[in-house]
Every structure is written in C-alpha cells, then in structure tokens.
Design a protein around this ligand. Structure first.
Ligand code: NCD
Length: 307
C-alpha cells in the first residue's frame, strides 16, 4: 500500500497506517546504514531540491545523506547565497527551480504554512523539514522510531513533551504522531511556555517536572527557543533549569527507567544537564542516526509514487 498523500506536510490528520508504513520502511534502511557501502540505487534518476530558508545542522545533513544513500541527484539552496537576496520573490524562486525539472522539494522555512503553499505552486512532492512553530514531521517520526527501538512499542506508552512547547514545531508533530499511534501524551513546562487550550488536542498539562519524570515512560525534552523570544517567558535560563531542567538527580529520585529524547540542538545546563545529555538514560545520538533512515523511508515512499 502506498502512502495516502503525495506530500509530507505534517502529522496532523495522517493515518496510523501511513506512520506505521514509514516506520517499517525505515527499519530496512536502518540496516543499509550498517553496511560498509551505505548506498542503494532506489532513487537513481530522481532529483531533490533542499530549500533551507532557516539554519539547520542535523535536519539538513540528514536529508542530504538520505538522498545520497538512495542515489538521488540533489541540489541545495540556502537563502544567504541565493537571488532572494536580490529581491526575487519566493514564488518566482520556486517557479524557476521547478522549471529545471525536479521531483521532490524538502523545505525548511521560518513561516508556518510555506510547505502547504509550495504544493499550490509546484508539481513536486513536498516534504516539510520544519515550518515556523507549526510542524516538523520527520523529527517526530524519528522520535517515534527511537522510542520504539528502545521500548519495543508506542501504543499505551506514556510520553511527556517537556519545555518550550509554545515555540516548538517538534512538539505539535510529536503530539499528532504519538496520539495516532496510541500513546498517551502530556506536556510539562511553566504556564508561560505551554499554549493555552492545548488540552483541546487531547494532551494532559503538568507543571511539576518531578511528577512528569515519575509518571512517564519517555520524556522528549525541547530546547528553550531563545531566538523565538522564549527568554521573555522565563525569568532567566538558570531559573528555568532549577525548576524544569532534566538532571541526573531528578531522574534517580523519580524514575530510573525513563527514556530521555532531545531533538537537538541542546542548550546544555538549561533544559538538560550535560550529565543527562551524555548519560545512560538518553537516546539523543540514536535519534540522529535513525533520522537518516526515516528520511530515506519518506523520500523513497514519495519518490517512487506513480503521481
Ligand atoms: C529542531 C528544529 O529545528 O525544529 N531541531 C531539529 O530539527 N533537530 C528543534 C530546535 O531547534 O530546538
């Protein structure tokens, strides 16, 4: 069965079967990554453009490696070196790239909704690599893959998303994806960093970090997004760390079985201590490895569709 959509714009409304298909397909590609020659000919002759309008290390390199390992031809676009700097509109930039005959676009943009807009002006398959505070579907997929790898399942697990939920696209994609897969999802943070009314999408709100650690199988710890003005929602980063930081002490006191995820980049000593970020409870670098397999799966499933 193919995916039910020809784009991956977010995980809102994506059926469980699609998520399962991507996770299962990624298992095969994860094996390819263990081979001495980490390359398969699956997307030979297909062209992918990476349109990155916002900074990225992990996501961008991960998508590029995934494309290379599937033998696709890839080109990279970044705003700092492009003609958007000369005043060209976004639409004209895309129309020109499209005229060069491309099959897929991976897009990261500071504005929510840009991937959706691209589907209206391009015939390519569109993959959202993060749009504003909206969604970051491949991050949530790799998070789910990493949880399943560690705990063997998603259904019935208790997962808490901790920290700057208000400014995070990772939070929303995780909530939609995990709920579709039958997990029980909560969010934890100071009231200023939790959007009002978030309960309406079926998550529980907790303000006590010790309780969050004690009552959950998994914590997905988010970065405090200082570039999105999160600093004005907390007294100081030090204060935030004192009340909500994930430390080894807190884990040892409350729940030594908890699994810690973080999408990166990490602010060490703010949302998570170095001891935890490098310690036995976390799967942070596994997430990065799994990210390449997840992106290979998404590129493969969309790139080999008949339309
Ligand atoms: C996230 C992002 O850019 O949305 N990082 C990532 O993709 N690995 C989260 C973040 O910036 O904190």
């Amino acid at each position: 069965m193919p995916l039910s959509s020809r784009h991956l714009l977010g995980l809102a409304g994506v059926p469980k079967e699609d998520i399962q298909l991507i996770l299962d397909t990624a298992v095969t590609f994860r094996e390819v990554l263990e081979r001495p020659i980490k390359k398969v000919p699956t997307l030979q002759g297909k062209t992918v453009v990476n349109l990155f309008f916002e900074n990225s290390t992990r996501t961008r390199i991960s998508f590029e490696l995934a494309q290379k390992r599937l033998s696709a031809d890839t080109v990279n676009f970044s705003t700092s070196t492009s003609s958007t700097k000369k005043g060209e509109t976004f639409k004209d930039t895309v129309r020109n790239i499209e005229a060069m005959k491309i099959d897929m676009i991976v897009v990261r943009h500071q504005s929510a909704g840009v991937p959706q807009f691209l589907t209206q002006i391009s015939n390519a398959h569109i993959i959202n690599a993060g749009d504003g505070r909206h969604e970051h579907p491949t991050q949530a997929l790799l998070d789910m893959y990493s949880i399943k790898e560690r705990l063997g399942k998603l259904a019935g697990l208790k997962v808490c998303i901790v920290g700057d939920v208000a400014h995070s696209r990772v939070a929303l994609s995780n909530i939609f994806g995990l709920k579709a897969m039958g997990a029980d999802v909560s969010v934890c943070g100071p009231p200023t960093l939790i959007p009002k009314g978030i309960e309406s999408i079926g998550v529980k709100v907790i303000h006590d970090i010790d309780k969050a650690i004690a009552e959950h199988d998994v914590l997905n710890v988010l970065r405090i997004q200082l570039e999105r003005k999160a600093g004005s929602s907390i007294p100081t980063t030090r204060e935030y760390h004192n009340y909500f930081g994930i430390t080894a002490d807190r884990i040892e006191k409350n729940n030594k079985d908890v699994v810690i995820l973080h999408p990166g980049p990490i602010n060490r000593g703010v949302e998570i201590s170095s001891e935890v970020a490098d310690g036995p409870y976390q799967v942070i670098l596994d997430q990065v490895t799994n990210g390449v397999a997840i992106r290979m799966a998404v590129l493969y499933l969309l790139g080999t569709m008949n339309n």
